[in-house]
Every structure is written in C-alpha cells, then in structure tokens.
Ligand binder design. Structure first.
Ligand code: C2E
Ligand code: MG
Ligand code: MG
Ligand code: MG
Length: 282
C-alpha cells in the first residue's frame, strides 16, 4: 500500500486530465472525417447596417454536430483543427458552402446581389501559399462575385509575418475580395501597423461592447476606435450587441454596422431564410 502511494508520486495520475486528453484525441481523429460524414454545418448571423436597420451581410460560423457528442463548439474544435492540420479544409469548406448558399438564396429572391458574407480564416489558412488561387477557383466555379466575400482574419494572423500578410491582403484585394480585422482591440493592435494594412473593415471585439454600459474609461475607447477606422477609410462593425442601450450609443457614434443577439443569434440556413422572409428592420 505504502509502496503504491509512493509510486503515485512519480506516476501522477489525474483522471480528469486523462479524460480531457482522450476527448481531444477523439475529436482530433473524428474531425478528419467530419466533412465527409456531413457533420459540419454553416450557421449565419446577420450583420445589420445601423443607420437603415437592414441586413447587409451575414457572418458564416461553423458548427460541428458530432454523432456521439452532439454539438461541439468552435472554441473547442477550431484549435484542435489548427494543430492537426485540418483547419484549411474546414475553412475552405465553409467558404464554399456559404457562397453556394448565398447563390441559392439569390435565385429564390431571398436576398439581393449586394448582400455579402464574412468567412473566418484561421492564421494557418490565411498564410497558406496559393490561398488566393484556391479561393478564386471556388468563387469562379460557383459564379460567385468575389466582391461579396469578406475574409475575417485576426491580428495574430498578421503579426506572425507582417510582410507576407500585407502581400497576401493585396493579392486577395486584387481579386475584389474584402478583408476584415476580427476581434479588433484584443490583440497587439498598434496604430502604426494598422496604418500599413489596407483592411476594409474593423470588427470591434464584443468585450468592448459588453463594457459599454459600465465604466466610462472602457466606454471611451469605442468612439476612438470608430473615429480611427473612419479616418483610415475603414468601416466599423460592432460585435456582440445585446442591448438596445448599446445599439443606441453605437448609432450615435456613427458605427457603420453591428451584429449580436439583439438582432439574432447565428441560425441554420432554413431559419436564416425565414428571418430574411420576415424582412426584419431594427
Ligand atoms: P468570431 O469570428 O469573433 O465570431 C463571433 C462569435 O460571437 C460567434 O461565436 C458568435 O456566435 C458569437 N456572438 C455573436 N453575437 C453575440 C452576442 O450578442 N453575444 C455573445 N456573447 N456572443 C455573440 P461562435 O460561433 O461560437 O464562434 C467562435 C469563434 O470561432 C469565432 O469568433 C471564430 O473565431 C471561430 N470560428 C467560427 N467559425 C469558424 C470557421 O469557419 N473557421 C475558423 N477558422 N474559425 C471559425
Ligand atoms: Mg469572425
Ligand atoms: Mg470576432
Ligand atoms: Mg472571436
């Protein structure tokens, strides 16, 4: 008994750690087949023009319905996909599915030809060689206007290699594709690098919006970010708007667009089409 206890000091066995390692291995393994098993789905969250109250875009957000575990959140499986090399296939699958869906909605008159779609790209996908070619091929095959495509990337993707990122952004924009800087304000935002990056949109991270109602110190950052975006001829989108109070303040600050639960949670394709049919205005 004493011997066993003594040994356990060297062989630290924590059952909860064991569980999470197993879960991760299982997810990693299953993720490789998730696309072919049709377990991935694209959800859509409306992006609303704050002055007109109309839906002008959607953000495509991937969902994984694991056949045994049910819904697995992207916060859990995206990092696994990044480490196991499946993220690129997932990101491009989401892009293709969303473009195809928009084409179909347009065909049935649910949306007009201007409505755009935001696609999240992990840093790994963004920095991949030939990405522009791969995307161009997808949109060409679908006869989808690349001007309606907005790629959402984070500051980490850019900071890993500024020169490469800058060249990549230029290349994508040459094809008419737009670039959004996602989760703005959470990374190593520095004005000098932002100035050198020709991104089209700043998405203000929801942590700023959440703090709007409270402490004025936090609140005062938002007008500064919006002004800065406009000075650099970028559009500002507020993420995670949940209250009418936040919406009212953002309107006063001339923030261009917003998304959040106040308007709608991300929805599956049929529910999104129902939402479009009801012509909501906020
Ligand atoms: P993100 O791109 O910043 O997306 C916004 C997240 O905020 C989404 O979480 C959305 O559901 C959530 N959200 C929207 N409105 C509200 C609100 O009013 N309140 C709150 N509390 N949350 C709100 P989701 O769908 O769980 O996605 C999390 C993250 O996973 C995304 O953050 C994005 O970084 C990543 N992700 C999602 N889909 C993809 C994808 O296809 N590829 C890659 N590489 N990453 C993805
Ligand atoms: Mg995003
Ligand atoms: Mg974000
Ligand atoms: Mg995020």
């Amino acid at each position: 008994r004493a011997k066993a206890l003594g040994r356990s000091r060297y062989h630290v066995f924590d059952p909860s750690m064991h569980q999470s390692v197993l879960r991760r291995l299982e997810l990693e393994n299953d993720l490789r087949r998730a696309i072919e098993r049709e377990e991935l789905q694209v959800f859509y969250q409306p992006i609303v023009d704050l002055s007109s109250g109309r839906i002008v875009a959607f953000e495509a957000l991937v969902r994984w319905f694991h056949r045994k575990r049910g819904l697995v959140s992207p916060a859990e499986f995206i990092p696994v996909a990044e480490e196991s090399g499946t993220i690129h296939a997932i990101d491009l699958w989401v892009l293709q599915s969303a473009c195809r869906q928009l084409q179909q909605w347009q065909k049935v008159g649910a949306i007009d030809s201007k409505l755009s779609v935001g696609i999240n790209l992990s840093a790994i996908t963004f920095l991949r060689p030939h990405l522009t070619e791969e995307i161009r091929r997808i949109v060409t095959d679908l006869d989808f206007d690349p001007e309606r495509l907005k790629l959402e990337i984070t500051e980490t993707a850019i900071l890993e290699n500024k020169d490469l990122a800058q060249a990549k952004i230029g290349e994508l924009q040459q094809c008419g594709i737009k670039i959004s800087l996602d989760d703005f304000g959470t990374g190593y935002s520095s004005l000098s690098y932002l100035h050198e990056l020709p991104v089209n949109t700043l998405k203000i991270d929801q942590s700023f919006i959440r703090r709007m109602d409270g402490n004025p110190q936090n609140r005062d950052l938002i007008p500064a970010i919006i002004t800065m975006a406009h000075t650099m001829e970028m559009e500002a989108i507020a993420e995670g708007i949940e209250t009418q109070g936040q919406l009212n303040q953002l309107r006063k600050l001339a923030c261009n667009c917003g998304q959040g639960y106040l308007f709608s949670a991300p929805l599956d394709a049929p529910s999104t089409q129902d939402l479009l049919a009801s012509q909501p205005r906020w």
